[in-house]
Design a protein around this ligand. Structure first.
Ligand code: SF4
Ligand code: SF4
Length: 74
């Protein structure tokens, strides 16, 4: 597991998708509220073990929605 993982403030995420496009291992995706990809979209980390902790997503987000946080031990 990476030393830091992205914490995405869903309420402030615009769903612009820039972080998704910027992530080298492609572990972020856009989740939609409605069926068939309809409705409001938000960025979600769907593969935490695949995240390298590079923070590119956090620096790419134009709205400062992503912060890097230490993962909670499970
Ligand atoms: S920290 Fe890096 S690897 Fe992890 S989700 Fe963000 S861009 Fe992807
Ligand atoms: S770049 Fe920021 S606002 Fe855009 S989808 Fe990612 S977290 Fe949301």
């Amino acid at each position: 597991m990476a030393k830091a993982l992205p914490a995405i403030d869903s309420a402030r995420c615009t769903g612009c998708g820039r972080c998704v496009a910027s992530c080298p291992p492609h572990v972020l995706w856009l989740d939609a509220d409605g069926p068939n990809g309809m409705g409001r979209k938000r960025s979600v980390l769907h593969d935490a073990p695949g995240c390298t902790g590079c923070a590119i997503c956090a620096t790419t987000c134009p709205f400062d929605v992503i912060s890097m946080v230490e993962p909670i031990a499970r």
